[in-house]
Design a protein around this ligand. Structure first.
Ligand code: FAD
Length: 447
């Protein structure tokens, strides 16, 4: 049994280690086109910001360690073709010669690529201007690090969570930062409008110049270095541009294999991570999953999801039996002193799906008000009118306090109701929460 995995980060390496554990006799080989495997891309903004000392700290397992565990790793090997009838791959080594590799089971764990909008391409492609970056992997981080030398003014394009994490990182490196967002608010795909305003306030409080409703038209460059961004409201000077306007699933290989894509544009799989093509599996950021609250297929590229899908694929490819139960849409990040968490649906998302949803908003303190350091915490709980079925929640507060979103995530997994939340025996002591935790208060108000 030869199990071949394309892509050596979260989904790919989870699959490789699980497959080997499931079937120690199987040959497991990972092809990775880059220089690194098994690293935490989620930590990249914190290396740039200086909280984490060096990109190497993000590497969980080296190729040598994987080989020691019986998993073959081929770095700088790009898979450029699949013949799913012959069960072979075409592999290009170090950008040069190609050869053919057979497989019995194939996992496509090829991730996503950052969107590079048209306005950015000429600066990259024709002028070759430096100082224009995306952030996806360790080499991107190293390139940003090199561009930071002597840089004073940064423009971040895109107000999603990566843009916001970068805003903090670049401010802590002493740069002035302008954040451009074409929508009406930052974190627009994560939070409802009122909460978006609070995130914006946190950025502005920390010296980030946030400009919403602004579109980028082109970049200007001089002597091979970016000098500015031409926007719908004028030219802004800068010496560093971070483009964080979203990602696209890497599906070319899946399509070459004959695998179907879903409406989201990501690879469609069943709950065993199998595509429609025999012996071809997909997992991670390139793959759709089922949103358990709506039972719809969604594309939510996040780290734990990639690891969970990879594990399921690894077990199944090696002859075991595992199923991926889907996601509920949980996400968490911080920007400066503000933690931001969400799970399930926002009110806005529920409305767009035609659900009869209602939200309650509660402001409290994250632990007993009389205990030192008590900080404000804001919870928005969204439920279905009439049935009381929980649909989602959003929490803003001190970064240490917003992880209580996981209580709601657990209830969403079991299609819990507001009443179930109100009845949960949550832990309590003054340094951690109020006796009636803000979640219980929200549930009480929503009941
Ligand atoms: P990837 O990590 O993209 O790995 C895919 C690999 O496949 C790549 O190494 C690529 O080189 C390789 N590959 C692609 N095509 C080929 C080919 N043809 N041949 C050979 N190799 C190929 N998620 C969270 O949950 N929380 C966070 O806080 C968070 N923060 C993030 C911050 C940043 C800056 C970034 C970039 C991501 C963050 N994420 C976060 C997302 C998380 O990192 C991803 O969900 C996770 O890395 C996905 O893993 P993956 O294995 O599916 O894909």
């Amino acid at each position: 049994m030869r199990i071949v995995i394309v892509g050596g980060v979260a989904a790919g390496m989870s699959a490789a280690t699980r497959a080997k554990r499931q079937n120690p006799e199987a040959e497991v080989v990972v092809f990775e086109r880059g220089e690194y495997i098994s690293y935490g891309a989620c930590g990249l903004p914190y290396v740039i910001g200086g909280e984490v000392e060096g990109f190497d700290k993000l590497i969980a397992r080296t190729p040598e360690r994987m080989r020691g565990e019986g998993v073959g790793v081929r770095l700088r090997h790009e898979v450029i073709g699949v013949d799913s009838k012959a069960q072979t791959l075409t592999v290009r080594e170090n950008g040069g010669a190609t050869h053919t590799e057979p497989y019995d089971r194939l996992l496509l764990a090829t991730g996503v690529s950052p969107v590079r909008p048209d306005w950015a391409s000429p600066a990259w492609a024709s002028t070759g201007a430096s100082g224009v970056h995306v952030l996806r992997d360790i080499p991107d981080g190293q390139a940003i690090e090199a561009s930071l030398k002597g840089a004073k003014r940064a423009i971040i394009v895109g107000g999603g969570y990566i843009g916001l994490e970068l805003a903090e990182a670049l401010r802590s490196r002493g740069l002035s930062v302008v954040l451009l967002e074409r929508g009406p608010g930052v974190a627009g795909r994560i939070l409802d409008l009122g909460y978006q305003r609070q995130v914006r306030h946190e950025l502005e409080k920390n010296g980030v110049d946030v400009r919403c409703g602004v579109t980028v038209e082109s970049l200007t460059a001089k002597n091979g270095r970016v000098t500015g961004v031409q926007t719908s409201s004028g030219l802004l000077r800068c010496d560093l541009v971070m483009v964080a306007v979203g990602v696209r699933p890497n599906v070319a290989l899946a399509q070459a294999a004959g695998a179907r894509l879903g409406k989201t544009g990501a690879v469609r799989v069943n709950n065993r991570q199998q595509t429609n093509v025999e012996h071809v599996y997909a997992a991670g950021d390139n793959t759709e999953s089922v949103q358990r609250v709506t039972r719809r297929k969604v594309h939510v590229p996040l780290g734990l999801t990639a690891n969970r899908m990879g594990r399921v694929a690894g077990i199944n490819m090696a002859g075991g039996e595992a199923q991926f139960p889907g996601i509920v849409g949980s996400g968490i990040f911080k920007t400066f002193g503000l933690g931001v968490a969400r799970t399930g649906l926002t009110q806005h998302e529920a409305d767009a799906l035609g659900l009869d949803a209602v939200s309650v908003d509660v402001e409290s303190t994250d632990h007993a008000g009389y205990y030192f350091d008590a900080a404000p915490i804001y919870v928005r709980l969204t439920a279905e009118r009439g049935t009381g079925r929980l649909l989602g929640a959003q929490i803003l507060g001190h970064p240490g306090s917003v992880k209580r979103i996981d209580v709601i995530a657990a209830l969403l997994h079991s299609r819990g109701k507001v009443h179930d939340l109100a009845e949960v025996d949550l832990s309590y002591a003054p340094p951690f929460s109020s006796v009636w935790d803000v979640l219980l208060v929200a549930a009480g108000q929503a009941s």
